[in-house]
Design a protein. Sequence first.
Length: 265
Amino acid sequence: MLQIRRWASLARNLGPANLPRILWSEWTGRSMRIVAEPSSDHPRMTLRAGTSDIATFVQVFREREYSLPLRGQVRTIIDAGANVGLSSLYFATRFPQARIIAIEPEPANFELLRANVVNHRLIAPVWAALAAEDGEVRIVDPGQGNWAFRTWGHGPEGATGVAVPALSLDSILGHFGLDHVDVLKMDIEGAEKEVLEHCAPWIDRVGVLVVELHDRFRPGCSAAFAGATRGFDLGWTQGELTIAARADGVDAPAARPIRRVATPA
């Protein structure tokens, strides 16, 4: 019964013509591109059936993982770990006047990201990994789907992968001429530890910080988040996300406890 409900939901949200393609891809384990036509919930986009793209779509557009209680006009969003662009498209739909910097290091994901945002003039795709400093990192595939690629400054012994450019947030802000970021979203598979440990040059320019923490990959991610957000007023969890915000940037989330962000001893 649950599977039938899932199929009905996919047909309703991605179009009935796409359901056979999705089922075929899941049955055979072979990826196939599908086009989700625009609806009241989402813009037109291309996804890869048989990959984590479908689960990401459900998280972003059905479960509304990034539905944040933001206050006032949102002008600038940085989407680090943008994958194929679904979170950026969600933000663009909700905040049509916002400038969105979509950062993604994995080449195949970035190719589809660029195609998905081509008609959105305020979304700027950037092929790079967000890192603590500028340079080069290596993409490592742990075999957990297209949403789980990880980066290493120096690949672990015996690791293979693709070398990609790495940019610090300070460099990104400078390149785009930004003095403030309303929302900084990070889903970068453990690299947030080093980024947050070296946040002093830019953290005061961030209004709301939205991070999926990956202590299971790199112990210390949560501690780095706590240290980076000492100057923030509010914090809460939302699904897989940990969020910190300035008091003037959000309305208290309904039905969610608001707590002060802990300050490390």
